[in-house]
Design a protein around this ligand. Structure first.
Ligand code: AMP
Length: 402
């Protein structure tokens, strides 16, 4: 293939994140972000990595995603990398919800668009924004292959025993209620990268992946395939997150309605935006929480303890699900940077073969690395995630076959 570039787009309702990669060597040529689309003060920040130039910022009105993508293309064109370049092989789109239907990256056509649209009821916040990004990109480059890479796809290998909620089967099926899981591109990338770090093939290792960012999820990966993950129908289930509650008794919701007099939307906002770390202590940034703990702040300390307690429960649960664990991998903003979280999550699990070496854990690096001592039965690893590279790799592999 002579064209070797892939543009990765992650479209939100009022934002677009993008990266342009050259797949001959997986290098990043440019990256950027458009925010506040549809407002008077839309903002574009563009970093031309190939030329090594300084970041450029632009603020002004951008009416819609089409205006935003045209502005991105204009910035890319300044370095000869515009959307109309013949070097561009494909555009890879992050799509949050692919339901049960999309088990792999998929070349987008009208039928695929219709199916992503059909999934809006189970992803009302994300899929409409992803669709807008896809439609805009197709409008600007109708001749170019566009690929949807789904956050849920990696988890479609979960057995029914892990994917089904124990509720009435007919009701569940009628409303497509089941556990789909999210952050799939990250879990896929990190589980493979962890196998590589151990010098083994993904088929030969069992890994627990802990994706700890502002959103957080755990997965149990057996021989390269996901067998359980902590997020469910939506990204609300599972671990304590920056602003989301994670697991709780669903009756809390009835209680808030009946006794608290709250509406469905109010409870949705409470559990998704005002819970988790921010609800517990007023901060969702782990750096700030650690700083407060160092100053003796009790609320921050309790929030940290609740966060770690939940994390540890999932490590134990996935150890039991997998039976044998070769590695546990920490990734994303908190997992890659917060040594105290890694230390506390694994503390006391020596009987399970999990130990963290204090000196190795304290090392700061952007490289995948082991933080367990050489003799440990289970390797504990820090593996920086790279969702854009994963989306670009999957996109390029697919368009190379068509
Ligand atoms: P992500 O969603 O993966 O971008 O992760 C964002 C979160 O990572 C932030 O909200 C912080 O809690 C956390 N984070 C980022 N950098 C650090 C750091 N140096 N130390 C501790 N936590 C960090």
């Amino acid at each position: 293939m002579s064209s070797s570039r892939v543009l990765v787009l992650n479209s939100g309702s009022s934002s677009v994140k993008y990266q342009l990669l050259d797949m001959r060597d997986s290098s990043r040529l440019a990256m950027g972000l458009v925010e506040r689309i549809g407002e008077e003060s839309s903002r574009l920040k563009h970093t031309p990595l190939a030329s090594g130039g300084a970041s450029r910022e632009w603020t002004g009105p951008m009416a819609d995603h089409e205006a935003a993508l045209k502005a991105v293309s204009a910035e890319l064109a300044k370095d000869g990398l515009g959307l109309d370049s013949p070097e561009l092989a494909a555009i890879g789109h992050r799509v949050v919800h692919g339901g049960r239907h999309f088990t792999e990256p998929t070349v987008i056509d009208d039928a695929v668009l219709a199916e992503i649209e059909r999934l809006i009821p189970v992803a009302p916040l994300h899929n409409p924004a992803n669709l807008t990004g896809i439609r805009t990109a197709r409008h600007l480059r109708p001749d170019l292959p566009q690929v949807a890479v789904f956050d849920t796809a990696f988890h479609t290998t979960m057995p029914e025993s892990a994917a089904r909620y124990a509720i009435d089967v007919e009701t569940a099926d009628r409303h497509r209620i089941r556990r789909y899981g999210f952050h799939g591109t990250s879990h896929a990338y990190v589980s493979r990268a962890t196998a590589k770090l151990l010098g083994k093939a993904p088929e030969d290792v069992n890994v627990i992946v802990l994706h700890l960012g502002n959103g957080a999820s755990a997965s149990a990966v057996r021989g390269g395939k996901c067998v359980d993950t902590s997020m469910g129908l939506t990204p609300l289930e599972g671990l304590v997150m920056g602003t989301r509650s994670g697991d709780m008794d669903p009756a809390v919701i009835f209680h808030l309605m009946r006794v608290g007099g709250m509406s469905t939307d109010e409870i949705d906002t409470l559990l998704n935006k005002k819970s988790g770390l921010i609800g517990l202590c007023g901060d969702n940034d782990m750096r700030e929480i650690r700083r407060r703990i160092d100053e003796g702040d009790q609320r921050a300390a309790l929030a940290f303890d609740i966060y770690i307690h939940r994390l540890k429960k999932y490590i134990g649960a996935y150890y039991a699900v997998l039976g044998k664990v070769d590695a546990i991998a920490f990734t994303a903003g908190v997992g890659e940077n917060a040594a105290p979280v890694r230390e506390a999550a694994v503390a006391g699990l020596e009987e399970l073969g999990m130990v963290v070496d204090g000196a190795l854990n304290a090392v700061r690096s952007d490289e995948p690395r082991l933080i367990s001592p050489g003799h440990a039965r289970v390797a504990v690893a820090v593996v920086p995630t790279d969702e854009e590279l994963e989306i670009a790799t999957q996109t390029y592999a697919l368009v190379g076959r068509i």
